[in-house]
Write a protein that binds this ligand. Structure first.
Ligand SMILES: NC(=O)CC[C@H](N)C(=O)O
Length: 232
């Protein structure tokens, strides 16, 4: 599998996600935001976490309009895989690739902590390595992670099974306490209609080594590489 990790001015987790992808067995290239095309043969595009354009206007608002995003939209329209993590999720919403928006956290503070997520379904390219309903232990680090959408969008996401992850406790129970940023329906990540685009606020790329406290994040990258090997 060939992955392209897009780098914007202010991205800061691109190194972490490159490492996670390589660990899972992907080839990886970094791509600067001003490019007009993706490298030939790109299978997966990753929009990493960070503070693109200093979070000015709204997180991801300027990056969502970067030149390279036309190529990312074309890749997604062809059914290509796209993963946006944290700032990457914000960029996907701002660029129209995913519905809804990430608002300021309900407590108006930047939050940074370990967090369990419930895996809503394990039949997608991103989650095959997990069990349905599994609680995975990852990190969150954001100021604008409060997922918000209009009623109709929310009904569609729920009705069509497009919620990827919810904030949960360690048993996979979705509790009010676990939803620290105030997201609607405790949503931590969503898929596009065709399940080829995933945006998520938490950082699976930061829990891939026992040395730093856990490896639950590995499954996401392993799922992608395995799905791709099956499809090829
Ligand atoms: N870790 C991140 O990607 C942070 C995203 C964004 N800068 C925020 O604070 O919400």
């Amino acid at each position: 599998m060939n992955s392209a990790v897009i780098v914007f001015p202010g991205s800061n987790r691109e190194g972490d996600v490159v490492r996670a992808l390589k660990q899972a067995g992907s080839q990886v290239q970094k791509v600067w935001h001003a490019e007009t095309e993706l490298p030939a043969g790109t299978d997966l595009v990753v929009l990493p976490g960070g503070f693109s354009y200093g979070d000015y206007l709204r997180c991801g608002a300027i990056a969502g309009r970067a030149t390279v995003m036309d190529a990312v939209r074309a890749h997604a329209a062809r059914g290509g895989l796209v993963l946006g993590i944290c700032n990457g999720f914000q960029i996907l919403c701002e660029s129209g690739l995913l519905p809804g928006i990430l608002m300021r956290n309900a407590n108006l503070k930047f939050i940074c902590h370990r967090q369990f997520l419930r895996v809503e379904r394990n039949d997608t390219a991103f989650t095959r390595a997990y069990k349905q309903g599994q609680a995975i232990d990852v990190c969150v680090a954001h100021g604008e992670g409060n997922y918000t959408a209009d009623e109709e969008t929310l009904r569609r996401l729920e009705g069509e099974g497009l919620v990827a992850f919810r904030y949960s406790n360690g048993h996979g129970h979705v509790t009010a306490d676990a939803n620290r940023n105030g997201s609607m329906n405790s949503i931590a990540g969503i898929y596009s209609d065709k399940l080829n685009v995933l945006g998520m606020m938490p950082h699976p790329e930061n829990l891939i080594e026992d040395l730093v406290g856990g490896t639950d994040g590995r499954g996401l990258f392993e799922s992608l590489v395995t799905s791709f090997a099956k499809a090829a």
